[in-house]
Write a protein that binds this ligand. Structure first.
Ligand code: SF4
Length: 342
């Protein structure tokens, strides 16, 4: 157990830890050493940090703790995808998905318990928002995956821009070369599109990738699918993103859930290709999954035709193969297991 006066050491960037330790009389190199112990050697006991002096180890034990994520369940899909259900120290559960593909292992992490934006096709929003995850709990998901991730996507439960400061801090920790050292180009933050936090993020010139959950280029259709877009219209999102993508071509992906009878008509493909060109973005087409929301994917031949329309107009578009659907780990399904009793 830890006391309220203690700080979760995995919620601190190396610079923050360094400032605190310097003030407590530690040598300048201590924060980097401690980062190596925690993130490379995966040590969770200050007593084992043998190149830190004994009094300094005692100081660490008195003032810091390690947040815990209890791996309550592990699901394995027939296609190799793994899903972890983590129980947080105060009780709620979150889900994290590891998707292997050749040499690539993409980890999909959660940023909140639940979500407040209630997109119609998504399970995570159905039970509402419970709380934000701490930076340490986000970092903990990366450390708890059973094989190291080569790529990281913020596409799990929650909206990362609704917990932006902690997500940015977690990205700084995860990409720190003294620790996990995952390159920022291997990290992608996916958002439903919140104008103000997106402005704040773009002003910081992020070096990681961004994915916008688009799902329709028609404001009315999009508002019907994603209530959040009422106050965050696409026209404003495009304005904010355009300045960034001009300097970072290819760093934006437009995520497009294919919903039969809703957003896959030829005029949808035309508008989508115009927008992708304007934003210098790739398009990721995702046939929708069973989430109990009443939407169905279009037939495969229609999916391919839609993709070919985009490709024919010079857009880099991929049709994503569904992964982990048998363990409710696919896009829009996270939260199903967290809601079910184990
Ligand atoms: S799609 Fe994202 S923003 Fe929408 S409800 Fe699900 S988690 Fe929230």
């Amino acid at each position: 157990m830890y006391s309220k006066a203690q700080t979760d050491i995995r919620s601190l960037t190396r610079a923050e830890l360094g400032d605190r330790l310097t003030a407590a009389g530690f040598p300048a190199y201590a924060a980097a050493e401690i980062f190596r112990w925690i993130y490379r050697k995966r040590v969770e006991d200050f007593g084992r940090m043998t190149n830190i002096s004994r009094p300094h180890r005692a100081h660490l034990a008195d003032n810091y703790y390690f947040s815990t994520l209890e791996k309550a369940r592990r699901f394995r899909s027939a296609d190799g995808t793994e899903k972890y259900l983590f129980r947080l120290a105060d009780g709620p559960a979150i889900e994290t998905v590891l998707i292997p593909e050749g040499k690539r292992r993409t980890l999909c992490v959660s940023s909140q318990v639940g979500c407040r934006f209630a997109c119609r096709f998504c399970c995570s929003g159905r039970s509402g928002w419970k709380r934000d995850l701490t930076a340490g709990e986000i970092v903990g998901q990366v450390l708890s995956a059973e094989s190291p991730a080569t790529n990281l996507v913020f596409m799990g439960m929650g909206e990362p821009l609704d917990n932006l400061d902690r997500v940015l801090k977690a990205i700084e920790i995860i990409s720190d070369p003294a620790g996990i050292g995952l390159g920022r180009r291997k990290i992608c933050l996916s958002t439903c599109g919140l104008v103000q936090p997106l402005k704040k993020l773009i002003a910081l010139s992020p070096s990681f990738k961004i994915a916008l959950s688009l799902h329709s280029t028609d404001e009315k259709v999009r508002a019907g699918l994603m209530p959040v877009s009422g106050k965050n219209p696409l026209s404003q999102l495009v304005q904010v993103l355009e300045s960034w993508t001009r300097k970072n071509p290819g760093a934006l992906t437009l995520e497009y859930l294919m919903l039969a009878g809703t957003n896959t008509a030829p005029e949808d493909a035309h508008r989508l290709s115009r927008l992708a060109r304007r934003l210098r973005a790739k398009v990721n087409l995702i046939p929708c999954h069973a989430t109990g929301s009443g939407f169905d994917p279009p037939p495969p031949v229609e999916q391919r035709h839609f993709r070919d329309e985009l490709v024919g107009r010079g857009i880099f578009a991929t049709l994503r193969r569904s992964r982990g659907e048998d363990i409710s780990a696919a896009c829009g399904q996270l939260g199903l297991s967290a809601l079910k009793p184990s």
